[in-house]
Design a protein around this ligand. Structure first.
Ligand code: UDP
Ligand code: MG
Length: 359
């Protein structure tokens, strides 16, 4: 069966998850069959360097069109990979999920029930979270920030188990952000979002793909995905602190005068000054962040380059010559579609289309 019009798509980004995929597929398939819907699974291989792609293409080969694998040209990051998957997903409902089995696939039917009740975004809420204390602390700060700016009282923005209606997915795909931070975008595009407690598990195999550096970068992606300008609260904060600093300067000046100690006054004032300079750096950094992102968009930098889509029946195939020097050369030579499309360019034009050498 080739589902031409699936009503349920499950999109999963994959980066070096070779030891999780067989188990994930074995648990996911019966769940999807049990929904009684026409379903598809869209895996996005985010430039894995292990055997993930090979395993996924096997799933696609025996998936009878129900399993597709979007092979990205290089690692683009979880959210750029997810966006590439959402662009390809055809379902009226799209569920996202991590590949490491931290989000139990068995929870999907509960999300679908909530969608059936009329909600358009159903967010998983990992009340009993199986992550390190540090990760939980980072999430606490990020959730607080997201809540403050979106005004939506969602506990757990970071849970990647989420179901969205097509109307919301179409809006998300239309955003051209390089790393569209799905948890915030989905909820700001939603008309009737809801949060549902879901089970959470420890990673089945492998380690987290998020180093401290990547986690910090993720917070910037989240900030950039927020609606409106986070600069406004920062400007208000700056103004408030400026007034406070002026008040402190007067008080400290008076104190120095009364104590007849110039040194106390100078030290205290330089403390205030350092604080204000630090704040100024923060504001400039936020402005620079926006400018950098705008610059990337202006020069049409792609967010994720799709190399090939595996598992699409009835399309012409070409065998690509593998580059021996490439560390991906360990992969089998895959029967692949011609690289006829490079998705994710910001103007949606096909000016970047190019033929495959030797195809
Ligand atoms: N992932 C990805 N590209 C990346 C990093 C991660 O596609 O550059 C995928 C990863 O394979 C997993 C999901 O994103 O399916 C979440 O990653 P991970 O479990 O490492 O994140 P954590 O649970 O530690 O937040
Ligand atoms: Mg994980």
């Amino acid at each position: 069966m080739t589902p031409s019009n699936p009503d349920l798509s499950v999109v999963i980004p994959v980066y070096n998850e070779q030891d999780n995929l067989a188990r994930l597929q074995a648990r996911l398939e019966p769940v999807l069959r049990g929904t009684g819907r026409i379903w598809e699974i869209v895996y996005v291989d985010d430039g894995s360097r292990d055997r993930s792609l090979e395993i996924l293409t096997e799933f696609a080969a025996r998936g009878a069109g129900q399993v597709r694998v979007i092979e990205l040209y290089r690692n683009a990051g979880q959210f750029a990979a997810l966006a590439a998957g959402l662009e390809q997903a055809r379902g009226g409902i799209v569920v996202t999920l991590d590949a490491d089995l931290q989000n139990p696939p068995e929870e999907i039917p509960r999300l679908l029930e909530a969608i059936a009740q009329g909600y358009d975004v159903v967010n998983g809420w990992r009340k009993d979270r199986h992550d390190t204390t540090f990760r939980r602390l980072v999430s606490r700060i990020a959730n607080g920030l997201a809540r403050a700016v979106t005004g939506l009282a969602i506990h757990d923005y970071g849970c990647m188990l989420r179901a969205c209606r097509r109307e919301v997915v179409d809006q998300i795909v239309a955003f051209r952000d390089h790393a569209p931070y799905l948890p915030v975008l989905a909820n700001t595009c939603a008309r009737r979002p809801i949060e549902l407690q879901v089970a959470h598990a420890g990673r089945h195999a492998g380690t987290s793909k998020y180093s401290l550096k990547k986690l910090i970068a993720l917070q910037f992606d989240m900030l950039a995905s927020l609606p409106g300008q986070p600069l406004r609260p920062i400007a208000l904060l700056g103004a408030g602190l400026g007034f406070a600093a002026c008040g402190a300067a007067v008080v400290l000046g008076l104190l120095a005068f009364l104590l007849e100690s110039g040194a106390v006054g100078a030290l205290a004032l330089s403390g205030v000054l350092f604080f204000l300079v630090g704040l100024l750096f923060l504001v400039v950094a936020v402005v620079a962040e926006y400018t950098g992102r705008t610059w990337d968009l202006a020069r049409h930098r792609p967010r994720a380059v799709v190399r090939t889509v595996h598992g699409v029946p009835g399309r012409p195939v070409a065998v690509r010559i593998e580059d021996e020097s490439d560390d991906r050369a360990a992969r089998p030579a895959v029967a692949a579609l011609p690289l006829e499309e490079v998705h994710g360019f910001h103007d949606g034009s096909d000016q970047t289309r190019r033929p495959v050498p030797g195809a």
